[in-house]
Design a protein around this ligand. Structure first.
Ligand SMILES: Cc1cc2nc3c(=O)[nH]c(=O)nc-3n(C[C@H](O)[C@H](O)[C@H](O)COP(=O)(O)OP(=O)(O)OC[C@H]3O[C@@H](n4cnc5c(N)ncnc54)[C@H](O)[C@@H]3O)c2cc1C
Length: 465
């Protein structure tokens, strides 16, 4: 009997799991379910628009999807349109690869004020995610932005806000974001972190890119660059990421001081823990405790002192982590925002394995690692899926009946061919204004376009391409 495996989520981890399954088993079939009508998860909606080379990974995913043993069911949300138990009844194995799409809060007073966003919202907004297409972001009345968190997502957010508009115009950035950014009044950005420059999570390549932005000078409190003995040990190896990042930051700060650029400023505010968002209805400042570092090298903790400072800001973006979203019927650890598992085999909260149910990617290990990390992670999960297939095979007829039942319950799935029509349409639409693609940001519009997938000439004529 041919085993059929369902993968829930079409981001990098879902595709890498599909690749491993298809390569490792001669007859397995993979059905991939995705809540949006379009595939690729954060490779489409997370990776920054000015990082088009990284987005080329979608070509690898396209190749995986071209297998005759692969099928795509977009616009099907597991937990809402279909229950996980139904998938478990219809498939030999189910792999959950739903990522981590919720932003983490700071847990401070005043966090409900207007002008405070999660990175997920801001990133989704500029990347044209349907969930945030209507988000009201007014950069024409924004002069100062505080970004909390000193990792690569914070770097992406700062770079998009600081980049000359010409740098973004040809990318696949959403047109509503391009329009706002072209009228932006942002003059200063503060990237705020609890610890010091030796502990910063930003990688050297990302910092180098920030430092290279025309018309932007980088600054920090000079005393923050004077490290304590423990932090000095952390940067001692000049080839380590910490050593390189520290060196780059020191150089960028001294270049900023020398260059006398009259443009935008980017300040790294170290040793600050946010304690309160101040403002009437809208945020106007972020109050922070000033910290000191304590502890052994590579385990330096931020300990608050009695001093406080205020960072003026009209927009606050929280880049302090992503959390997974619970799916009805799937065990969930609400402390970590992940699904409990052992090497990818899902376990119930009472400690028993859930037969046939597996997990991979950010919903498995939390929001860490780059796209490639998910390949290794998915390999581990698939190894256990393959072992399990010898004891749990569901007949293909049951899977067929299940798929047929989707239409009768009003779920209109978007196939891979239908996605390719959307893909062509977006590229075509983008080319009229010199962009890589112009993403469709409305679910209704995406479905309307995909439904004419065997009649793409009509769609193109209709839109005057
Ligand atoms: C802002 C940002 C920028 C990044 N930039 C880079 C970069 O430049 N380079 C790099 O290497 N890495 C980058 N990363 C990391 C990389 O994106 C992640 O490692 C990777 O996307 C995680 O893959 P995933 O499949 O686990 O999750 P995701 O990519 O989030 O995919 C999850 C998929 O599941 C779908 N889904 C969710 N719930 C359901 C449901 N109930 N039913 C059906 N489908 C569902 C989602 O719609 C989504 O398509 C970035 C991450 C972020 C947040």
């Amino acid at each position: 009997m041919i085993p059929h495996v369902a993968i829930v989520g079409s981001g990098p981890s879902g595709f890498f799991a599909a690749e491993k399954l298809l390569c490792s088993h001669p007859s397995v079939h993979v059905d991939m379910y995705e809540r949006l009508p379009v595939p690729f998860g954060l490779a489409r909606f997370g990776v920054a628009p000015d990082h088009q080379k990284i987005k080329l990974v979608t070509q690898v995913f396209e190749k995986i999807a071209s297998s005759s043993r692969f099928a795509f069911f977009g616009n099907v949300q597991i937990g809402r349109d279909v229950l996980v138990d139904e998938l478990l009844d219809a498939y030999s194995a189910v792999i959950v690869a739903t990522g981590a799409s919720n932003g983490a809060d700071l847990g401070i007073a005043g966090e409900e004020l207007k002008g405070i966003l999660h990175a997920t919202q801001f990133v989704n907004w500029y990347n044209g995610h349907p969930d945030c297409a209507d988000l009201e972001i007014d950069l024409t009345n924004t002069r100062s932005v505080a970004i909390v968190g000193q990792g690569n997502v914070a770097c992406d957010v700062a770079r998009i806000l600081l980049s000359p508009i010409e740098r973004l115009r040809m990318t696949d950035i959403a047109s509503h974001a391009l329009e706002q950014l072209s009228r932006s009044k942002v003059e200063s950005i503060h990237i705020v972190g609890r610890r010091g420059p030796a502990q910063m999570k930003i990688t050297p390549a990302e910092l180098r890119e920030l430092a290279a932005i025309d018309g932007c000078s980088i600054s920090t409190d000079p005393s923050a660059l004077t490290l304590n003995a423990e932090s000095n040990l952390e940067i001692l190896d000049p080839t380590s990421p910490q050593g390189k990042t520290y060196k780059l930051l020191s150089e960028a700060v001294s270049n900023g001081r020398l260059s006398n650029v009259e443009g935008k400023t980017l300040s790294f505010d170290f040793l600050r823990t946010p304690t309160r968002a101040r403002g009437n209805q809208h945020i106007r400042a972020l109050e922070c405790k000033v910290n000191a570092l304590r502890g052994a090298p590579f385990a330096q903790r931020a300990v608050p002192t009695s001093s406080t400072v205020e960072i003026p800001c009209d927009l606050l973006i929280r880049c302090v982590g992503y959390r997974g979203v619970e799916i009805s019927g799937v065990p969930f650890d609400s402390d970590t925002g992940t699904i409990p598992h052992r090497e990818g085999q899902v376990y119930g909260l009472e400690g028993n394995p859930v037969r046939g149910l597996y997990v991979t990617g950010w919903i498995k290990r939390g929001p860490t690692g780059i796209i490639g990390t998910n390949r290794v992670d998915s390999s581990e999960t698939v190894m256990h899926v393959l072992n399990g297939l010898s004891t749990r095979i569901v007949s293909g007829e049951i899977r067929q009946q299940f798929i047929a039942s989707l239409a009768t319950r009003g779920v209109s799935a978007v196939s891979w061919e239908a996605w390719k029509t959307i893909d062509q349409y977006e590229k075509c639409r983008g080319s009229t204004s010199g962009k890589v693609r112009e993403k469709i940001t409305s679910i209704e519009e995406l479905i309307r376009i995909s439904s004419g997938y065997n009649d793409s000439e009509r769609i193109i004529a209709e839109h005057n391409f």
